[in-house]
Design a protein around this ligand. Sequence first.
Ligand SMILES: [Zn+2]
Ligand SMILES: [Zn+2]
Length: 267
Amino acid sequence: MAQSFAGPPVDLDDLIPELASLGRRTTLLLPKSGAPGVRESSLGGPMLWPADEPWPYCGQPGHWAWPNEKSPAGTAPMVPVVQLFARDVPQLKFPQGTDVLQLVWCALIHPQDPAGAALPRLYWRREEEVLAGGVLRDIPAPQQGEYDEDFMPRPCTVSPTQVVEYPNWDFSEDLRQTLQPRIEELEERFGLDYTQWACALQNKVGGYPAWNQPPNWPVCERGHRMEHLLSITGEADLDMDMGDLGGIYVFLCRQCPELPYAHRYDC
Ligand SMILES: [Zn+2]
Ligand SMILES: [Zn+2]
């Protein structure tokens, strides 16, 4: 089970004001196994996909599913990972004219990718427009050998819940040294790891990536540091194990009109 996220055990404004000022709003998705509908926000659920737009496939040479490392899968359909409607995540700023966010990935292992895992693709849509043009009825499902269990999300409904998060690793070295003793004191006093109350390694939108490794923020081609859009982690209800990965973080550059995005794996 994902650890519940209770937020700071004390009022940070009093105790660690430097940290309090870095708080960012985050929406935890809190997935539960279920049967979400095509017009519902979900993880691993059916997607509101335009009938006249081909479903995405991945043909990366050499991608494979355990234990068939020596026999790559060929071209395989990608799988639905996240669908979010603006009405369910009011805190997320949707690009003008859109109100649906969709993320798919290839559920195979990718030896050409530094971390060897899923290759997310992000889509922004307008619900009304997709409904007017017709919804794709049969989303192709990968067959045996075309997906790896570790990256295959099961259908889950979500219960978006807003919390405030604080950076896990994203401090300057000076600030880290200043805060360290007070953070450790709190950890001891409440028997809670910093990450349990400050930054959630969970399926979430916004906030801070819960880096297990030192931060590795992507920069777009024009040199803008991207923002953290969402995190996908293998929580128990998602029935997805993600191998040794802590999570897949998706980042977005809003300064560029084409909204480039990038991902990072973390283990
Ligand atoms: Zn692939
Ligand atoms: Zn940019």
